[in-house]
Design a protein around this ligand. Structure first.
Ligand code: MG
Length: 378
């Protein structure tokens, strides 16, 4: 399933009073729109089309360039702009999102895609907490039951063919639509609701830009991590390092297979992604991990960091051991690690050495490993 996203950035945001497109006003050190664009850089989104005005085209095209997003010329109204952007979309599902909602989370976007795939439409919404009244002539005419009221957000997701058909029918009907759910409701059917978020605020007024908001991730898209592990020698006939079994007259004492190099590497990956270490993820008090294959755990860790939006760029591992000899096995070790991380073998380094008879490694009591990794935001 291919997913496209339309980001609406063609308005001026008159209520914000910046005398220019409010989406180009600074927020947390970058134009507000930059954060919205970044929020959609997700593995589940294959195409992003940004609708902008002729006046802002150059600036917004420059903002979109690093992300590889396309810009299209919007129209006089939101309906015209969305129509233009939809023509450039080729996904099975299209999400339509306000450029003025930079705090939209990955969870909300993924939930919207899942609901649209299931129901044909998905309108992010929140139950209303205020009491809402219908007024007539300055008086309250009616107070609808709050349990039936929702405030609608974006993204709003649709099967592309259906929303395109709705917009084709809406073109030139002389009506004004404030969002895409209204267009869909008029020409296709009742759109489905899905879960929005209180953090998914729409920047509307100038004061909104001065508020303290949930932190935006403005850091560069890379993160480094380190990990270290030690295992003592005990009874056995081999040690396992980077998934390679090396014959030896001792083994390594461990709850798992004792792959001290892979343990260091997993901690480096988790540390770089800001996650808890392997002691928390795979506790040695849990019988499930008794004798566990550390390479299988490494694949799980790689999957976990990918699910948080990170991919490994490289890995560097160093092994300290008096015995056994590591050098003959380094090539196989590098191959195992590269395939578990899904990276080229040339991006994995494994070095080994002794400790010159110093310390516990030098005395032949155990093996120590350290690992460093670099991750890239995906
Ligand atoms: Mg360990």
């Amino acid at each position: 399933m291919r997913v496209s996203a339309v980001i609406c950035a063609a308005g001026r945001g008159e209520r914000a009073g910046f005398n220019k497109n409010k989406l180009l006003a600074p927020l947390s050190g970058a134009p507000a729109l930059y954060h919205t664009l970044k929020a959609f850089r997700l593995p589940c989104i294959q195409q992003v089309v940004v609708a902008c005005s002729a006046e802002d085209m150059a600036e917004i095209t420059a903002l979109c360039a690093p992300f590889g997003y396309d810009c299209v010329l919007g129209g006089a109204t939101r309906t015209d702009s969305v129509s233009a952007a939809l023509k450039a979309c080729d996904g099975d599902i299209v999400l339509i999102h306000d450029g003025a909602r930079p705090f939209v989370s990955r969870e909300v976007i993924e939930g919207c895609i899942a609901c649209a795939a299931r129901s044909g439409s998905a309108i992010c919404a929140l139950p209303v907490t205020d009491t809402i009244a219908l007024s007539e002539g300055g008086e309250i005419a009616e107070v609808p039951a709050r349990s039936a009221l929702f405030s609608l957000q974006t993204p709003q997701g649709f099967v592309r063919e259906r929303i395109v058909k709705a917009y084709e029918r809406a073109a030139g009907d002389g009506r004004t639509y404030t969002d895409d759910s209204a267009v869909y409701a008029r020409y296709i059917g009742r759109p489905a609701l899905c879960e929005g978020s209180r953090d998914n605020i729409k920047l509307t007024f100038k004061s909104d830009f001065a508020q303290t908001y949930p932190p935006l991730d403005t850091a560069p898209g890379q993160a480094a991590g380190i990990g270290v592990d030690v295992h003592a020698f005990g009874p056995g006939d081999h040690v396992t390092l980077c998934g390679v079994n090396i014959p030896h007259d001792r083994g390594l004492v461990a709850h798992s297979d004792g792959d001290v190099a892979v343990h260091a590497l997993m901690d480096a990956l988790l540390s770089a992604a800001g996650m808890e270490d392997i002691g928390h993820l795979f506790p040695d008090t849990d019988p499930a991990y008794s004798g566990a294959n550390s390479m299988a755990l490494l694949e799980r860790v790689t999957g976990l960091i990918r699910s948080r939006g990170w991919a490994p760029l490289n890995a560097s591992i160093t092994i300290r051991a008096e015995k056994p000899r590591i050098a003959p096995h380094i090539c196989a070790m590098k191959g195992n690690i590269a395939s578990a991380l899904g990276i080229d073998g040339g991006r994995v380094g494994v070095s080994a050495g002794t400790c010159e008879k110093l310390g516990f490694v030098g005395e032949g009591l155990g093996i120590e490993c350290a690992a460093a990794v670099l991750l890239e935001k995906i």
